[in-house]
Design a protein around this ligand. Sequence first.
Ligand SMILES: [Zn+2]
Length: 375
Amino acid sequence: MTSRLVTNIGELVTWEPDRPIRHDAAFVVEDGAVAWIGGPGDTPATDTVHDVGGAAVVPGFVDSHTHLVFAGDRSAEFEARMTGEPYAAGGIRTTVEATRAATDEQLAGTVARHLQEMRAQGTTTAEIKSGYGLTVHDEERSLAIARRSTPETTFLGAHVVPVGTDRAAYVDLVTGDMLRRCAPHARWIDVFCEDGAFGVDEARAVLTAGTAVGLLPRIHANQLRHGPGVQLAVEVGAAAADHCTYLTDADVDALAGSVTVAGLLPGVEFSTRQPYPDARRLIDAGVTVSIATDCNPGSSYTSSMPFCLALAVRDMGMSPLEALRAATEGGATSLRRDDVGHLRVGATADFVVLDAPSYVHLAYRPGVPLVTSVS
Ligand SMILES: [Zn+2]
């Protein structure tokens, strides 16, 4: 058993119920888990000591929504959009072609490079979706590659209907042979429920088929306009309804009484110049919210949780503390994990030392690399 004391912490965010933030704090890590929390005056003896010099320490970010298994570059599409073209979900098909043409080594290299980039910005847990293969073979290998890096893999064969494919036949494939081959590599099943992607009955069929083979449901919902996706998420007990940009009062009420986390992905609205979701309305209604990057080459090519957190504070009505909670504990709840996203005793000791005296700097100093170290 090895033990390490992390001490001289100016501000420590643990999310302990009675005391979510401590000042002038220390904690002990034993065999990778938080074993003790207290002040610097009464610390137990440990093998090593890590003096952070008065810095702030926060839980590692939990990025509960990414699409890292892809190939190709869509910077030209972004440039076009920024000069006046509206966003359309059909852009996904460009990435599908490039992904199918890539080797396993190329795809694995892309995943590894982005995970490294994310970790350098404080992300210690990441979900990764398939969804750019859209054939049995390409979806299966996408998930097998993602699985090498995270247990939080999501089968998203129902991302978009591939070009030249009959809709009904494709839904049959996703809920049949493709699901059978992909399920062993996945924990989650997801569907893009939106005009231009999948309708509510198709989405329900996909999620029901996934849960029948032991996958847990989550959903892309209400991104581009009002629609039935959020209600479907609540109906099937999904862990997450992600996007939630266009919500009716009935949608908010349904989320508030449910086990479904509202996943907010502000990098998408930033990168597509769409209106941001109203986080304030959700939080005031008692809904659990998460913040994630949705890192993907089309609608949100950022891997930075601090950037998304800053957007949430600036443009979505969240306080800096609410945004930090959504980016850590909220993401963990979205992934149904209680071992990460906090630093209470027993937690996995995933933590970030900031080059700042307070977590507030994450939103106060947008775009500035404030992560000193990630454990
Ligand atoms: Zn997404």
